[in-house]
Design a protein around this ligand. Structure first.
Ligand code: NBP
Length: 530
């Protein structure tokens, strides 16, 4: 990376609309500045300054990421399709900072040090291709374009290849943590042209969230679309985590008949255990939140969940690559079922369930059972997520750093949790770990939760509470630990009706056909094997 430019005064957090204004616990006050903090910059000379990096896309993510980079001493040049937003940004959120603006792509490119580094934070899809096409003629060999939007990983792979042929280094980076993360420390998951990494590493790791003794939640993920693939799986896991918490809430509310304040306290307590995580923390806050009329807000919210599609992408990839990522799939379907609100209202008046008898067991013990069911199911979900990553690496020939990925998710993003540190430890112990469930720590953790998990599921099923993720997690666990599954019968059925052949346990790899009825032929099918 070229030498950084002259030092501006230490930036102060801006007062303006849109970008976050929370005092930053991580930066810049508590961090080493990259520049000489004493050196002053003439604000009028800003436009002439060489920028370390440019960012295109001044919506919520782009603005906050620019201010984050600014806090860490980098000179950022801002650009946006609607150019008036550049001036608005400079006059408001970025006022008094060393951010510079450009009114054309040519002007933006001319402000950049070489190799030029340009981040796109625009709507995923054609907007990214449009900007790439406009930028390429303005760039030189070795310049770097980074797409920080929620792009589909196959688009990223395509762009990597197209730009490689033109000498441009393309990076597709997952960015997680939303508005607040972008402003104060996101989780960053860059992948693509690895030659770009030494040129962007300092900026990326400076602005990323930090955990432990300052370890950045950002590292190189892998080749081509690996960064966006990892971000996609992150989002799928987020769907799973959220649904698991909802199932625990449902059991507390409808089996144990708990009030909102009481449930909030339980989640607060759980946040001091292995479940310590952002989503558990906000759940406690949501449960105790009261509306302006003094009543709890949560029960007033329509129970129809929205989705933007990244959970669905994860489930589709799981099906495409044949990996049983059942929990994320169920979490997506649970949202789909919830959105059939009118239909469910009608069905609720027609379809009978079991008689709801008041819970007569030990409430405290059952709450601990629910906690353990949630923890065990969560372990299964992450094990499945890492299975999908492993399979994708195999499909695409990527070399993924699994421990590094766990660390990237450890802070800054929505699924951040203490638990991810344990996953990092497991991959540190054995980088070739086949499955998280085979790691000693997680094996013991699931075994320790097992009785509770089964008790919760059988109680919930008896009472008629839907628990798609708790149950699918347990089915996966039971399936994965079975040496023999009834798939022998599936093979026999397939051969019976379609002559699809089967293997004998004693002769794996040798496919044979049986004439089951005596009147079928002896010709086997090779047409399909699904
Ligand atoms: P949006 O996803 O709302 O995108 C707004 C930006 O895209 C504006 O700069 C807009 O320019 C530009 N844009 C659009 Br819309 N259509 C365009 C086109 N056809 N050509 C060129 N530019 C176009 O902003 P965001 O919520 O800040 O998200 C930015 C990216 O980061 C997205 O890919 C998003 O999925 C991803 N992301 C978002 C979050 C989040 O929490 N919001 C989290 C993680 C990742 P204009 O001003 O001229 O309309």
């Amino acid at each position: 990376m070229g030498a950084l430019g002259p030092a501006p005064p230490r930036p102060r957090l801006r007062r303006g609309s849109g970008a976050h204004r929370r005092p930053n616990p991580q930066s810049p006050e508590n961090r080493r500045e990259r520049r000489d903090p004493g050196e002053q910059r003439d604000p009028n000379a800003a436009a002439m300054a060489e920028a370390d990096i440019a960012l295109i896309g001044l919506a919520v993510m782009g603005q906050n990421l620019i201010l984050n980079m600014n806090d860490h001493g980098f000179v950022v040049c801002a650009f946006n399709r609607t150019v008036s937003k550049v001036d608005d940004f400079l006059a408001n959120e970025a006022k008094g900072t060393k951010v510079i603006g450009a009114h054309s792509l040519e002007e933006m490119v001319s402000t950049l040090k070489k190799p030029r580094r340009i981040i796109l934070l625009v709507k995923a899809g054609s907007a990214v291709d449009d900007f790439i096409n406009k930028l390429v003629p303005l760039l030189e060999t070795g310049d770097i374009i980074i797409d920080g939007g929620n792009s589909e990983y196959r688009d990223t792979t395509r762009r990597c290849k197209e730009l490689q042929a033109k000498g441009i280094l393309f990076v597709g980076s997952g960015v997680s943590g939303g508005e607040e993360g972008a402003r104060y420390g996101p989780s960053l998951m860059p992948g693509g042209a690895k030659e770009a990494w030494p040129h962007i590493k300092t900026i990326f790791q400076s602005i990323a969230a930090k955990v432990g003794s300052g370890e950045p939640c950002c590292d190189w993920v892998g080749e081509e679309g690996a960064g966006h693939f990892v971000k996609m799986v992150h989002n799928g896991i987020e769907y799973g985590d959220m649904q698991l918490i909802c199932e625990a809430y449902h059991l507390m509310k409808d089996v144990l008949g708990m009030e909102h304040d009481e449930m909030a306290k339980v989640f607060q307590e759980w946040n001091k255990t292995e479940l310590d995580s952002f989503l558990i923390e906000i759940t406690a806050n949501i449960l105790k939140f009261k509306d302006s009329d003094g009543k709890y807000l949560l029960p007033k919210i329509r129970d129809s969940a929205g989705q933007k599609g990244t959970g669905k992408w994860t489930a589709i990839s799981a099906l495409e690559y044949g990996v049983p990522v059942t929990l994320i799939g169920e979490a997506v379907f649970a949202r789909c079922l919830s959105s059939l609100k009118e239909e469910r209202v009608q069905a609720s008046q027609l379809l009978e369930g079991p008689k709801m008898t008041p819970f007569s067991g030990n409430k405290k013990a059952f709450l601990e059972d629910i906690r353990k069911a949630l923890y065990a199911s969560k372990i299964i979900s992450y094990a499945q997520g890492f299975m999908l990553l492993r399979q994708a690496a195999k499909e695409f020939g990527w070399t993924l750093n699994y421990g590094g990925i766990a660390l990237m998710w450890r802070g800054g993003c929505i699924i951040r949790s203490v638990f991810l540190g344990k996953i990092k430890d497991a991959f540190d112990r054995n980088p070739e770990l086949q499955n998280l469930l085979l790691d000693d720590f997680f094996k013991k953790a699931v075994e320790n939760c097992q009785e509770s998990w089964r008790r919760v599921i059988s109680t919930g099923v008896q009472i008629g509470i839907p628990m798609p993720c708790f149950t699918t997690a347990l089915s996966f666990y039971d399936g994965y630990r079975h040496e023999i599954l009834p798939a022998n019968l599936i093979q026999a059925q397939r051969d019976y009706f379609g002559a699809h052949t089967y293997e004998l346990l004693s002769k794996p790899g040798v496919f044979i056909h049986t004439n089951w009825t005596g009147h079928g032929g002896n010709v086997s099918s090779s047409a399909y094997n699904v």
